[in-house]
Structures are given as C-alpha cells and as structure tokens.
Design a protein around this ligand. Structure first.
Ligand code: SF4
Length: 216
C-alpha cells in the first residue's frame, strides 16, 4: 500500500477558535469555521475544503483532457455544493457539480467532458468506498526515548518526533499497532523486515541499533 501523498497533510489547532494551521507539501494555509459556528472565518471551513478538492480535480482533469484533444476551450468554471438528507434512517450526502464552459462548445464536447469530469480521481474517491482510520497518540512523553528489543536489535521510538503519519502501522501492522500495548511488537516480523520499515519512517522517530553494538 502506498500513500497518495509523500508528506501527509498536517493540521494543528491551539486555543484560538477555530483557527487551524494546515501544512501541505509546499506551504501553509489557514482553515477556520464561519462566524455562525463560532469561528472567525479566516479560512475555508471543512465542507468548503472538501468541495474545493472536487472543483480543483474537475478543472485539472478537464484541462488535461482538452489539451490532449487539442480543443480550443479556454476558460471553464465549476461550482460545487452539497446537501445532506435522511433516507430510511440513513444519512445521505448529495454533491452537485455545475460545469460552465465560458464559451460555446459543441454538444459532443460537452457530453464527453461531462463524462470525463465524472471520472476525475476525486469523484471516484467520493463515489467509491471510503474508510477513515483514526489513530490517537499522546505526546506527553516529550523527550522520551522508548526502547523495544528483540534478540538481534533494539528499536528506539521518540514520541515527540513521531508525526503519526501511520506509515509504519500501514506497512507492517504485525509489528506497529497503535491499538496494542506495547504498540511495537518486536515478534511480529523478521528483524530484517523491521529494520526496513524503521528506515522508512519519514520523521526519524524510529531508529534501531544492533544489540551486540551496544554491548561493545
Ligand atoms: S514512527 Fe514514523 S512511520 Fe510510524 S507513525 Fe511515527 S512518524 Fe510515522
């Protein structure tokens, strides 16, 4: 399993209602809640971010297709909005996407581009099966190094450095399992597999040493 993003989206919040700092691959932006929900509206709210993702993906996908076809279509606008309703005790969410070609296009082009938009990657995600996995950590162990030995090596985990990307959990669940205590099970894989995974930790929170080295 390979994550879509090499660097996960990293969000933090303090006590200022409800300013969130969102770090992405190439910068930082602020997200917030509208005043009606107690925020200061200094940035997009979560629904807006979700709909922005679909609008962006639609526009980029259409532009790529139009370029490939060599069609002369310059500007395109997309509106996205959503509503939620209850059907047979189930909450359903309906997202509406309106595509507006800001110049005349043929019926064939419009039909084809509508089809292409419906298959943009974010559309597929939203219309496919989605599972949100949540892992919770406690950074109260700041400054600590926790050691997990097996017969060959000792894995060292620094909680304050761990950014909880979950990479280790996803790739080697037999060893790294945040639901278990201790969360690192050194019997869950071969020493070589553990070393390989430790070396992939993106933050350096995981390291290891060979037990014999420590004895020397
Ligand atoms: S130890 Fe490394 S790979 Fe595992 S969750 Fe923390 S930062 Fe991610």
């Amino acid at each position: 399993m390979i994550y879509k993003l090499k660097k996960p989206v990293h969000g933090t919040i303090g006590t200022i209602r409800y300013t969130c700092t969102i770090e992405w691959r190439n910068g930082v932006f602020i997200a917030d809640e509208p005043v009606s929900s107690g925020g200061a509206d200094t940035g997009p709210d979560p629904y807006t971010l979700l709909l922005s993702s679909l609008a962006t993906c639609t526009l980029v996908t259409l532009r790529m297709y139009i370029e490939r076809k060599g069609w002369d279509i310059s500007n395109i606008a997309v509106n996205t909005n959503m509503y939620q309703a209850k059907k047979d005790e189930t909450n359903i969410t309906v997202i509406d996407r309106d595509i507006n070609f800001l110049q005349p296009v043929t019926a064939e082009q419009r039909n084809r581009l509508t089809e292409i938009a419906q298959h943009c990657p974010i559309s597929k995600i939203l219309e496919g099966e989605i599972k949100v996995r949540t892992f919770a950590y406690d950074d109260s162990e700041t400054g600590k190094q926790i050691k997990y030995p097996n017969n060959d090596i000792t894995v060292v985990w620094k909680p304050e450095v761990c950014k909880h990307s979950g990479r280790c959990v996803t790739h080697l669940p037999g060893v790294f399992n945040t639901q278990a205590k201790p969360w690192i099970n050194m019997e869950g894989a071969s020493t070589e597999d553990i070393i390989t995974q430790v070396q992939k930790c993106p933050t350096g929170a995981l390291s290891y040493f060979r037990n014999e080295e420590k004895l020397q």
